[in-house]
Design a binder for this molecule. Sequence first.
Ligand SMILES: CC(C)(COP(=O)(O)OP(=O)(O)OC[C@H]1O[C@@H](n2cnc3c(N)ncnc32)[C@H](O)[C@@H]1OP(=O)(O)O)[C@@H](O)C(=O)NCCC(=O)NCCS
Length: 405
Amino acid sequence: MSNKNDIVMVSAVRTPFSKFDSAMADIPSIDLGVMVMKEVIGRVGIKPEDVDDLYYGSCVPAEYALELDVPARQATLLAGFPAENISVTLDRACCSSLTALRFGVMSIKAGEAEIVMAVGSENMPRTPHLAPGLRKGVRLGHIKLIDCLFELGYQAKGFNPVARDAGEVALEHGVTREMQDAWSLGSQEKYAKAYADGKFKIGEELMPVVIPQKKGDPIVIEKDESPRKTTLEALARLKPIYGSPTVTAGNAPPISAGSSAILFMTRKKAEEKGLKPLATIVASISAATIPRDIAVIPAQTIEKALKRAGLSLDQMNLIEINEAFAAMPLVSTKLLAQGDEKKWKELRDKTNVNGGAIAIGHPVGASAARITMTMAYELRRRGGGYGVASICGGLAQGEAVIIKV
Ligand SMILES: CC(C)(COP(=O)(O)OP(=O)(O)OC[C@H]1O[C@@H](n2cnc3c(N)ncnc32)[C@H](O)[C@@H]1OP(=O)(O)O)[C@@H](O)C(=O)NCCC(=O)NCCS
């Protein structure tokens, strides 16, 4: 039964997700954020001044440090939001744009806001190298440069690269390198089919990125840049990365730029504005566990979200588990199946049905909102139902949302 106090998504959009060497790699994440902010409200005729709160996830601070700080505040002002608009930049690693949504839901439930936007924006390939110590000067010797994109781990503080933890824990759960490669091939094939079927078309989930050139026509990017044709044999030949026993360039997502945004409000407000909901947000929840268990946390977060919503896994028509690596959907669906092989297969079959980050790309702060909208649009194509989307974030944080169409 729908209720006037339900919180509903009314608009959801993202840029294409770029490859490493892309024209998009020169656009600051702040400017990518501006693009989705304008588009997500423009599509439904909401004005910037109607948005009460804006939560903005971005988790590679070294990139937006080129523009100093508060990317949310800078992006809202550049997007034409009034000076009075309230925004927050937040960093919960890859979870960030679902954390943004969860904070927005809390804000509406608390009566603090009526119309909220959750944004995620990242430009990983633009991340500069850091030169610590230069401010004091280098009296003698070489200058040290740090690439904080390299290994995407937390080694400076003694934690493992995420790829290593994910690979080791996957093996402990009986999820082999071969299984991870097979999942990755499936991700590429499912995306290719979905794309051929017109599912990733401009005007729905996607908006174009138009990049003016000094001379000649602008570059227009209208589709995700990383999907590729591959084979199990080619995948098997790749060497593991970052000290992981199983993770390779083939069963990991690429390093990407991209932005995503979701606009949501109470059903009552949507009716007042004459807007048709895309989906109802049934529950949004966070979790965390020991850092090594990053491949496990999506399962734990999904269980927590289902409990909160009073729903069962069997009631979920679709599942999205972000392919931080292939290990994550495999380990997490296996745990959710609780040792039942048939059930595990059923869960895998309804997880990431249009492919995932391995094919699409993973601009970390933007991916959580991406999996949510990909699932919402697919539920709509299927005539409705429930879906749960979950994502892991650095050092085994988790975020999940249950939606109903
Ligand atoms: C894995 C990673 C290091 C690869 O970076 P890269 O070297 O720039 O990537 P490339 O696309 O050039 O791929 C490397 C090689 O693998 C090959 N390759 C990549 N995907 C492949 C696939 N699906 N099938 C076959 N070969 C593939 C490439 O052709 C390339 O081969 P070459 O060296 O012979 O040219 C980088 O993408 C990465 O760090 N990803 C993980 C990101 C991450 O951790 N995100 C956060 C998760 S929490």
